[in-house]
Design a protein around this ligand. Structure first.
Ligand code: GTP
Ligand code: SPV
Ligand code: MN
Length: 594
């Protein structure tokens, strides 16, 4: 390995942007770091950081032959997922944050955070990390600066965003940027808060080093703050993957899909079509796996960019069968967090399908009595450029045109494999009434059904009623909006097993969706939406039981009537900011179900 090259401490500011210099100076006066380092994003800087983290044990090198330049990070065992109960939106008016967010008055939140940040970087280096969310030359992209005392955060931000000198140059040109202040603090769960101040375009995060709590460009900026900005500026910031589907005729359509955390976005974004489809000439292109920013273009269609530059993907369940593109991506220059390792020092997790764990995610000799070897929310951080299916269009500053929007969640019962909304308003309702079982991506119980409208429950930075109204507002004369669909890969049979094979076979559902977009596939209208007519969705070569076919392609009107009652109760909790049109549409469907 490299000798430990010291990072050149750099108190000289490389920018003349006064607003940035002032903020850095004020932050340093509060947090009292020993050193300040302005990140330029260079290879040399990264190498020096990695070497330092290796020297102090923050990163452990993995088998350099099988996994060159790959690292294992073990986080504090109490700091392994997002903490929704400690995440706040701090607007002047409580109601602007809505019942979907925890709220704190900005003055109270600042007082609390100032006390936590006071002197917290003594003995540490403060890193100033300029970053750009989206292609550096895209008008849809937005910039931020994260100040952090965690070199692990810097290394991850370098993979996940366009970080360094080019971002700083854009920030200087534009003069505005989102301010994110982060410190790992003492990693004490009782001294941990993730605060958002959308009116100030700022974020403050203390006491966690974990992904969504600490990589502030991701959920904090690109969703909570950006959703607020997007509402003001007429665009959408969504928890969606973006995938391009190229037909044998060489035509590519882009689909944006919102699934809650750990519900299959990365997998769908990197899908490899079944053999028959590949032979026929179908190809799948990955644009993004977690976040989508989109706005109407001059032609009335929605154009989308992926604001991120890397993937922070769920490791467990990733295998050569389920997601070969992900597996190929993470064979070099990857940071693994909280996975297990084999005796020959390779990363390992449940569902990998090869090798045996020797050491668990906490560094203990593996013992099944301690639970899974890899943490269920263990992750890999890797540059999108390393993904074999990464789309060249992902770097297009204009974005890609979206032909279909897909909503989906983990629903063990009731919800069929796929259905299509009647129109935009119905599509917004379909997204608004989504529910899903909770997963290990956030702390708390797993497998509990909860409302998760548009997969944004933990990420919408303002009142859900206003958010739905904003979605409805895109239905303007001249707009050429995508068709809206709902999918469910997670329906279970009486034996508790998934009824649908999922993963690559989801291509069959995407084919039907695109055929609907082009008006060439048959559908049968029902109260909840249009389902594939018999034979319209290709099931050739799958061995689905009669029970599976019945459950996946039918609706139970009695159960749906109950569901629409529950949906009505949920929507009522949003109060008088809920758009009337949405409740009317719900009530009409509820009546038609009897
Ligand atoms: P976040 O990064 O947390 O936002 O998650 P994500 O939506 O990108 O989820 P991801 O694709 O990483 O999938 C999470 C889990 O769901 C993994 O364990 C996958 O193996 C599993 N999964 C993904 N797609 C399917 C599918 O089609 N069927 C089934 N049964 N499981 C799936
Ligand atoms: C999610 O939880 O939805 C993630 C991982 O994509 S995190 O970056 O932690 O939000
Ligand atoms: Mn996510």
């Amino acid at each position: 390995m490299n000798a430990v090259t010291p990072l050149q401490p750099n108190f000289d500011t490389p920018t003349r942007l006064e607003a940035l210099n002032d903020w850095v100076a004020r932050t340093a006066a509060l947090t009292r770091p020993d050193r300040i380092h302005w990140c330029d994003g260079s290879d040399a800087e990264n190498a020096a950081l990695l070497a330092r983290m290796q020297a102090d044990g923050t990163l452990l090198p993995l088998d350099g032959e099988a996994y060159p330049n790959c690292w294992l990070h073990r986080s504090d065992p109490s700091d392994v997922a997002r903490v929704e109960h400690l995440t706040f939106v701090c607007t002047r008016e409580r109601d602007d944050a809505g019942p979907n967010n925890h709220w704190m008055a900005p003055g109270d939140a600042h007082a609390k955070m100032d006390a936590l940040f006071d002197g917290c970087m003594r003995g540490r280096t403060m890193y100033v990390v300029p970053y750009c969310m989206g292609p550096i030359d895209s008008p849809l992209a937005r910039c931020g600066v994260e100040i952090t005392d965690s070199p692990y955060v810097v290394a991850n931000m370098r993979i996940m965003t366009r970080m360094g000198a080019a971002a700083l140059a854009r920030i200087e040109r534009e003069g505005t940027f989102v301010r994110g202040l982060h410190s790992t603090g003492e990693l004490d769960p009782d001294r941990r808060f993730i605060m958002h101040f959308p009116e100030e375009l700022s974020i403050q995060s203390y006491g966690s080093g974990y992904g969504g709590n600490a990589l502030l460009g991701k959920k904090c900026h690109a969703l909570r703050i950006a959703s607020w900005q997007a509402r003001q500026e007429g665009w959408l910031a969504e928890h969606m993957l973006i995938v391009g589907i190229e037909s044998p005729q060489g035509e590519t359509h882009y689909i944006a899909a919102a699934f809650p955390s750990a519900c299959g976005k990365t997998n769908l974004a990197m899908l490899i079509p079944p053999q028959g489809y590949r032979e026929a000439g179908w190809k799948v292109w990955t644009v993004g796996d977690d976040i989508c920013w989109m706005r109407p273009g001059a032609d009335g269609r929605l154009y989308a960019i992926n604001p991120e530059a890397g993937f922070f993907g769920v490791a467990p369940g990733t295998s050569a069968q389920s997601n070969p593109n992900a597996l190929a991506s993470i064979r070099h220059d990857t940071i693994f967090t909280n996975v297990a390792v084999t005796a020959d020092n390779r990363p390992w997790w449940e569902g990998l399908g090869e090798g045996e764990p020797a050491t668990d995610w906490q560094g203990r000799p593996y013992d099944p009595a301690n639970g899974p070897a890899a943490h269920p929310n263990s992750r890999f951080t890797v540059s999108a450029k390393q993904c074999p299916s990464y789309s060249p269009e992902a770097e297009n500053p204009a974005g890609v045109p979206i032909s279909a929007i897909v909503f989906g969640g983990r629903r063990a019962s009731l919800v069929p494999l796929v259905f299509e909304a009647r129109d935009w308003t119905h599509g917004v309702l379909v997204g608004a009434v989504m529910g899903s079982e909770t997963t290990a991506a956030a702390t708390g119980a797993v497998g509990v059904m909860r409302p998760d409208p548009m997969a944004m429950k933990p990420f919408c930075g303002y009142h859900y009623g206003d958010y739905f109204a904003h979605w409805l507002s895109f239905d303007q004369p001249g707009a050429k909006l995508p068709k809206v669909f709902h999918v469910n890969w997670f329906r279970k049979g009486d034996d508790g097993k998934f009824l649908w094979p999922g993963y690559g076979e989801n291509m069959r559902v995407l084919e039907w969706i695109l055929a609907r977009v082009q008006g060439t596939a048959a559908a049968t209208q029902t109260e909840i939406g249009a389902l594939p007519s018999a034979g319209a969705l290709n099931l050739d070569g799958l061995s689905l039981s009669a029970e599976a076919k019945q459950a996946l392609f039918a609706i139970d009107r009695t159960q749906w009537a109950e569901e629409f009652g529950r949906i009505g109760e949920y929507l009522q909790t949003l109060g008088d900011r809920l758009p009337e049109k949405l409740e009317q549409t719900r009530a009409e469907i509820a009546r038609s179900l009897g």
